[in-house]
Design a protein around this ligand. Structure first.
Ligand code: 5AD
Ligand code: SF4
Length: 477
């Protein structure tokens, strides 16, 4: 709180109102320029946090009078919401922005904007400034809520706008959201990260951890459920440390418990968990609460203790296994565990990498997200000697992915004949009459059924495990 009793770290109502006024001003500028609804194209890279930010961006744009298109060459506004986690994601952004040069030359009234994690790095913003002069607006991760004001300036001034403050962004409540899906919703519960894993750029581009007030999160969850959402995924870089900055403290387990108690038939998911902050209490809460999906996404990154130390992860292989075993003990077969792994961290030897393989063998993950280490400027790991060649790391990577393919295939076979309560989320791919449904553990089952089942929970029995999906049928009641 500040001296006048206002909450610090939260965007004031006055400022939100100010942005509403800018939103109306943009609306009238747009109706002065265009006879029909101008279209915006929002291109999103990276993680679910970015997807959630893009939903806010679309919510604000919709209020300003934009419609939406996936086709860049019919858009009057193109926004690239970028990711900085690996070099590959950055290269794609520069490539895709570069391809708009001619379009912008032929359509000078089109506004091109870049935002997101990558822009929050000085070198990337500088490169846009110097090499992509047709980009009109660049804004960082801390000022997304100020889009109406920034867009107003971009539309009315003949000047490029770069708005990239470094300070941790205050939390903005009450921003309109336009969700991509009407049954699954992303619900950010916190922003930023305090962990500084030595390879990771996130703490530099998204600032320190800030939790949303529990009441705000619960109210948003309640209104999502009331409007028919069936799956709510709570988002944060490290959800297990949710609430440590709130007064009074609220633990993540407590937040889950309170959302679980809301009335309605829905499912709660959450990501990402960090093994150093994941507690037995959280696992017990998962096991006890009927509406929490029995799915734990718990990245371990490496199975070797020396590498974990170099990565600044603050847990050991043994502690990781202890958590997984406890979760398996409480949730048995209904538990699904997924993880992230980095292959070829600087200085990692093949012997050390074998510890990652053996951990994968031991846990039997439902799915893995595997990445070859990518040096990120400004992080400690980028300064470490990295003698192993890219080809060699590629071989390790393939060894890991083929091991996981073998494990996934064995896992899939185990599901034959089993029944799952599934959420039917859309049309399937196996044939015209097929629908696709998701189990608690995030497995996909396709089955033949009428389209009016979309958006409902159904009990489905697996009849045939395929490579990546399961085939099933609805159970007779
Ligand atoms: N190189 C490769 N992978 C990375 N990740 C984060 N930073 C890097 C990097 N520099 C991976 C981690 C993280 C996931 C979101 O991305 O596995 O959990
Ligand atoms: Fe990056 Fe580590 Fe924070 Fe995850 S916990 S965002 S890997 S620094």
């Amino acid at each position: 709180m500040d001296k006048k009793g206002r909450k610090t770290g939260v965007v004031s109502e006055k400022e939100i109102e100010n942005q509403r006024e800018f939103s109306e001003k943009v609306s009238s500028v747009l109706s002065g320029i265009y006879n029909e609804t101008p279209l915006a194209c929002v291109v999103t890279y990276g993680c679910q946090q970015n997807v959630a930010d893009s939903e806010l961006i679309k919510g604000m744009l919709s209020k300003m009078g934009y419609g939406f298109t996936e086709n860049r060459t019919e858009a009057k506004l193109i926004i690239f919401n970028t990711c900085a986690v690996r070099e590959h994601a950055e290269d794609r952004v520069f490539g895709n922005v570069g391809r708009l040069k001619t379009y912008k030359r032929e359509n000078p009234d089109v506004v091109i904007a870049c935002c997101g994690c990558m822009m929050q790095q000085q070198h990337a913003a500088d490169r846009i400034k110097l090499s992509f002069p047709f980009v009109d607006l660049v804004f960082g991760t801390h000022v997304v809520y100020r889009l109406p004001e920034l867009l107003y300036k971009a539309l009315t001034r003949k000047k490029r706008i770069f708005e990239l403050p470094d300070a941790d962004g205050a939390i903005a409540e009450g921003i309109p959201v336009l969700r991509d899906n009407d049954s699954r919703a992303w619900l950010p519960i916190m922003y930023g990260c305090n962990n500084f894993c030595s390879y990771c750029i996130v703490p530099y581009v998204r600032g320190r951890e800030r939790s949303r007030e529990a009441e705000d999160v619960i109210n948003e969850a309640r209104s999502l459920i009331e409007s028919g959402y069936k799956e709510i995924t709570l988002l944060g870089q490290n959800v297990n440390s949710y609430g440590k900055d709130l007064i009074p403290n609220v633990s993540f387990a407590e937040l889950l418990e309170r959302i679980n108690a809301l009335p309605g038939d829905f499912r709660i998911r959450f990501m990402t968990s960090h093994p150093k902050d994941c507690t037995e209490e959280l696992i017990e809460t998962m096991a006890r609460c009927g509406k929490i999906a029995k799915h734990l996404h718990l990245p371990f990154q490496s199975g070797n203790n020396r590498i974990l130390k170099e990565m600044n992860r603050h847990y050991s292989r043994e502690r990781y296994l202890e958590l997984i075993n406890y979760a398996k003990e409480l949730m048995g077969d209904s538990l699904s565990v997924t993880s992230d792994i980095i292959v070829g961290f600087p200085g990692e030897t093949y012997e050390e990498f074998k510890d990652t393989l053996s951990l994968v063998e031991e846990v039997k993950f439902t799915a893995l997200f595997t990445f070859i280490y990518s040096p990120r400027k400004g992080t400690p790991a980028a300064e470490m000697p990295d003698p192993v060649s890219a080809q060699e790391k590629g071989r390790w990577f393939r060894e890991l992915t083929s091991l996981q393919e073998k494990i996934s295939a064995e896992n899939m076979k185990k599901y034959a004949g089993k029944s799952f309560k599934c959420f039917v989320y859309g049309k399937g791919k196996l044939g015209d009459n097929y629908l696709a449904a998701r189990t608690d553990g995030n497995l996909i089952i396709e089955f033949e059924g009428d389209e009016n089942l979309i958006g409902t929970f159904q009990n489905i029995k697996v009849t045939e495990p395929l490579t990546y999906v399961l085939k099933g049928e609805t159970e007779r009641k």
